[in-house]
Design a binder for this molecule. Structure first.
Ligand SMILES: Cc1cc2nc3c(=O)[nH]c(=O)nc-3n(C[C@H](O)[C@H](O)[C@H](O)COP(=O)(O)OP(=O)(O)OC[C@H]3O[C@@H](n4cnc5c(N)ncnc54)[C@H](O)[C@@H]3O)c2cc1C
Length: 277
């Protein structure tokens, strides 16, 4: 991702594939220290190398050097990236593009079978929310297409089959009681919700990033308890809003990520705990 004035936009990995080189802010190449394939190493290795260099130098980003690339080809292959950089005041043909690795997918946690059936009867999951088993140590470009298309199709076929085989009584759904807001108050200080969300996001980025350690995971768990207690308190007296629901869900997901990272006994991909072999 490019990081210009705090704003992030995606610089496709294909740019590296076409010959762009990574350099520190000072202009030094570094990928050779991490992998003999250098810039063409797999995405987890490149992301970790950038993270390591940023930690060594204290810089907030590294540079992607496209200067030696064929300019005509670059414009032909990456017109949007070129335009976006120019709009932000960066000329990729004369300057380094500031980049950082960023999270742009999850490998979800809902266990499903090949039809997308979860462990709850008749509840199906498809796509990023699921642990479909399709991904190896890392996701590759367009893994999500396979996940959405194949599992979406399978889940639809299975649902139609179940509907034909069973007599569902959709009136049963009406038996679900309405949400009860009695005794709840309108949240009149939404700033608390946005403050807690920022705290949670910052804590997860700083302590539970690409490269993790036992010490930082323990710190994250402690900080999480503080945030979760505050969220819980608000949740129990406030009328529900999308912002509050999202914050509560983010808090739950963060807890699962931290605790399951702590339970891992080996590095299998997606993230790397430097205290594990
Ligand atoms: C920049 C970028 C690069 C990526 N690169 C890769 C890659 O290289 N490889 C890869 O495998 N993946 C990649 N991904 C991830 C991939 O795009 C996602 O995994 C995939 O699009 C998820 O599809 P989905 O259908 O599961 O979820 P989504 O596309 O997020 O669809 C969920 C839908 O549900 C709707 N929704 C949400 N809440 C509610 C609600 N309460 N009620 C009703 N509807 C709701 C949303 O509006 C949305 O339409 C990338 C993502 C980004 C942003």
């Amino acid at each position: 991702y490019s990081k210009i004035d705090g704003m992030l936009f995606l610089i496709s990995e294909a740019v590296r594939g076409d010959g762009a080189k990574l350099r520190t802010k000072k202009g030094e190449k570094f990928m050779h220290k991490y992998d003999e394939r250098e810039e063409l190493a797999s995405r987890d290795i490149v992301a970790r190398a950038i993270d390591a260099e940023m930690k060594i130098t204290g810089d907030e980003y590294v540079g992607l050097d496209c200067r030696a690339m064929n300019h005509e080809k670059f414009l032909e292959h990456f017109p949007n990236i070129y335009k976006k950089c120019k709009d932000e005041g960066i000329d990729p043909f004369t300057q380094l593009i500031p980049v950082v690795p960023a999270c742009h997918y999850l490998m979800g946690g809902i266990e499903v079978d090949r039809d997308g059936q979860s462990s709850i009867r008749n509840l199906f999951g498809v796509g990023e929310c699921t642990n479909s088993g399709l991904h190896g140590a890392n996701r590759l470009a367009s893994n999500s297409l396979l996940e959405g298309l194949v599992f979406g199709h399978n889940a639809a076929m299975k649902t139609v089959k179940l509907l034909n085989e069973n007599n569902f009584n959709f009136d049963d759904l009406k038996a679900v009681p309405e949400w009860n807001e009695e005794g709840m108050k309108i949240m009149d200080e939404m700033v608390i919700v946005s403050y807690l969300r920022k705290q949670l996001q910052e804590m997860m980025s700083d302590l539970v990033g690409i490269v993790r350690s036992n010490r930082r995971l323990n710190m994250a768990l402690q900080k999480h308890q503080e945030i979760a207690a505050a969220v819980d308190e608000i949740y129990h007296y406030s009328i529900l809003s999308p912002q509050l629901s999202e914050l509560r869900n983010l808090t739950t997901v963060a807890h699962l990520i931290i605790t399951q990272s702590m339970e891992m006994t080996q590095n299998k991909g997606a993230f790397y705990n430097k205290d594990l072999v």
